[in-house]
Design a protein around this ligand. Structure first.
Ligand SMILES: [Ca+2]
Length: 226
């Protein structure tokens, strides 16, 4: 169906509407989660042997495009990725340690290449999927496959969607790997920006005491009436 934004979620996933205030959390735990480094100008294509210094992510396979705001609208900052490069779908990962134990989610901005430079070849049409894998290197599993439709998008209005992964219970300072893999061959793939880690607040002690107090008062009233 054209002109409908389709969001494919093969997992239990919550969608958030907005990020936190600009700049918040972007550099917690991850390096270059906003893909602002290195400053690339209009854009360039990289593979595992040409990944630029300062990129912070390992290109595991295929190709990616690092694109500036003069090419298309980023979700955050001035740069973002097309996870499919010139010919090949790309896969990038980063090994990192969560800043603390606790319950965390990973958030990222997702769009789809609307086929700017090759308009008319059909590559900018349809849903552009990527898969998110996470875990200890060698023991990873999928957090889901996510995609949005390129048909309703343009380089001036990328209509970035914020994806939030399922909650991850992190017990300690283990090194984990986060990997994004394009499932789209050719030059127009899923677009990725602003990857960040966000801790899930635990219910506060004051809140729990309030719940207990209200419950206790209600129970007492019932006893008096009985
Ligand atoms: Ca960015």
């Amino acid at each position: 169906m054209k002109n409908n934004i389709k969001i494919l979620i093969v997992s239990t996933v919550a969608l958030a509407c907005t990020f936190d205030a600009p700049g918040a959390n972007v550099n917690i735990g991850l390096v270059n989660g906003d893909f602002e480094s290195p400053s690339i100008g209009t854009g360039a294509t990289f593979n595992s042997t040409t990944a630029p210094t300062g990129f912070g992510w390992t290109i595991a396979s295929g190709e990616i495009d690092l694109l500036g705001a003069s090419y298309w609208q980023p979700a955050s900052g001035t740069q973002s990725l097309d996870l499919s490069g010139y010919f090949l779908p790309g896969s990038i990962y980063q090994d990192f340690v969560f800043p603390s134990a606790g319950t965390w989610v990973i958030k990222f901005a997702l769009s789809a290449n609307p086929d700017f430079t090759w308009q008319g070849d059909g590559q900018g049409a349809g849903v552009k999927n990527l898969r998110v894998d996470f875990g200890i290197p060698g023991q990873m599993s999928s957090l889901g496959t996510f995609g949005v439709d390129a048909d309703s998008r343009s380089i001036w209005d990328m209509n970035w969607v914020i994806i939030t992964t399922p909650e991850l219970l992190i017990p300690d300072a283990t090194t984990y790997r986060l990997q994004f893999t394009s499932l789209v061959p050719g030059a127009a793939g899923p677009a990725l920006d602003r990857v960040e880690l966000q801790i899930v607040p635990e219910p506060s002690v004051a809140g729990l005491l309030l719940v207990l107090a209200v419950g206790g008062a209600f129970h007492q009233r019932r006893l008096k009436r009985a």
